[in-house]
Design a protein around this ligand. Sequence first.
Ligand SMILES: [Zn+2]
Ligand SMILES: [Zn+2]
Length: 262
Amino acid sequence: MKRIFDDWFTVEEIDTHTFAISEYGHWEKVHSFLLIGDKKAALIDTGLGIDHMKRITDQLTPLPITVITTHVHTDHIGSHQEYETILVHEAEEDWLINGIKGLTIERIRKDIARDITIPTPATFNADTYTPYQGKATGLLSDKDEIDLGNRILTIYHTPGHSPGHISIFDHKQNYLFTGDLLYTETPIYAFYPTTSPEDLVNSLERITTLKNVSKIFGSHNQLGIDPSIFLEVQEAVRFLKDKDLVRHGTGIHTFKNISFHF
Ligand SMILES: [Zn+2]
Ligand SMILES: [Zn+2]
């Protein structure tokens, strides 16, 4: 059991080769995940960028790390600049280089600075905070496979929350990493102009047909969701479709464990 104590990040061992690196001190309660294979490791997202994630991953593995970006939102790319190999879905290659059109730096700084409940590192300054921008070293498409050495990951293109959003299935442990497509406790966002409620529910329907999922890991809030939630997701999607609610502007729709903001 690897134990790491850190002022900003909370590191939890999911199994001996899989770690959640969480930022519970920020209102978004973001999780990034380190998956270690025999030859290399994958880091699914790099957090908020309030602190330096490489300090943590250096303690967890000496293997080369490939960063897999679930999607190009500020809270998922915060430490990208600390890694050499960066993968992103082809539909968000441009966002990674140029940022999201219409999303102002003032808005980003406001969101990063609010509702922080623990002391931030001295290196963090919300007034000068600037999200990562850079060119990915590789582009991802639906059904791509990444071999970490005796641990194969499959990429699923799951748009809706953003156009190039991906989910990742780990064939070794049967974990499904769902990014901002599926998590609990707070609404799943699909109300920005860059979102698509229609694509989101289609992506949800698709992932709920995946077989043998042992655990679901969303990128916010509760760490690790029982796959029995798939049934609730399917029922929720059916309800939303039947009532013609899968459209921008229909508001917040709340079910037992999940909710949506369209
Ligand atoms: Zn997001
Ligand atoms: Zn997010």
